[in-house]
Write a protein that binds this ligand. Sequence first.
Ligand code: BJW
Length: 235
Amino acid sequence: MRIFVLTGAGISAESGLGTFRDTGGIWERFDPMKLATPEAFAADPDTVHAFYNARRDNLRASAPNPAHAALARLEAGLARGGGELFLCTQNIDDLHERGGSSRVHHMHGELFKARCTACGAVHHWRDDLGREDSCPDCGARGTLRPHIVWFGEIPFGLDAIGEALARADLFVAIGTSGSVYPAAGLVQEARYMGLRTCELNLEPSDNAHAFDERAYGPASDVVPEFVERVLREIG
Ligand code: BJW
């Protein structure tokens, strides 16, 4: 069996990382147009760096929850049976990796990476980032930006996503509101390709009608239940 899983901020909510659009979410407290666009970064890099430095602090202090661990068990279980898990996350955190997943496709980038706008090199970067920092590869100063996909930028690895969807049997969306494209359109692509579709979320998403199966509750409950059921089915 081949499963394509798309995760969103809801899977990391119980790890203490905020979601974006829930009540009290990140975009209720901060204006995304002033923080998560290339234009915002060009106009005021210090404010954008400060926002992501605070998010890095928060991520360093957080830990994976049972939903992340369950997806790692699913990856191992499917691989044992000759199947595959393609884990595609919109999240910029590293909680899937810390939860034990070995292959994670970060379509919106990674908070613990920085990219040089001069030479294009991507570097692991766990600490604060600012205009005083230099690129370890080319030495240019003030050219590093968060390795994150902002509004108006093209998500990473869309070809790999399309290929993985084309060879999957089941599409599962976990903890995502289904409001940011192109990720939000993947469930429809999956349907056109004939995949079964399943939503696991705290509550019905904007796309809930597009799913064949749905289970609602906190990710730390519904994801392990789903994974144990799949692992029993594949024996
Ligand atoms: C729980 C839970 C618990 C809570 N347990 N669940 C039509 C087509 C194509 C593009 C567009 C289009 N219309 C508009 C666009 C442009 C735009 C867009 O979609 N805008 C919308 C807002 C309308 N898209 C873009 O700009 C994208 N690029 C693009 O389109 O390029 C053009 C192109 C594409 C393809 C081919 C050719 C050209 C880029 C989007 C980049 C998104 N970036 C962000 C910020 C990242 C950096 C940062 O973190 O600061 O990514 S925005 C933010 O939203 C973040 C997330 O990854 C993304 C999705 O949010 P997510 O994960 O769904 O979170 P929430 O908060 O929305 O939902 C949480 C869910 O969890 C809820 O359902 C809760 O119920 C649930 N939940 N607690 C389980 N305990």
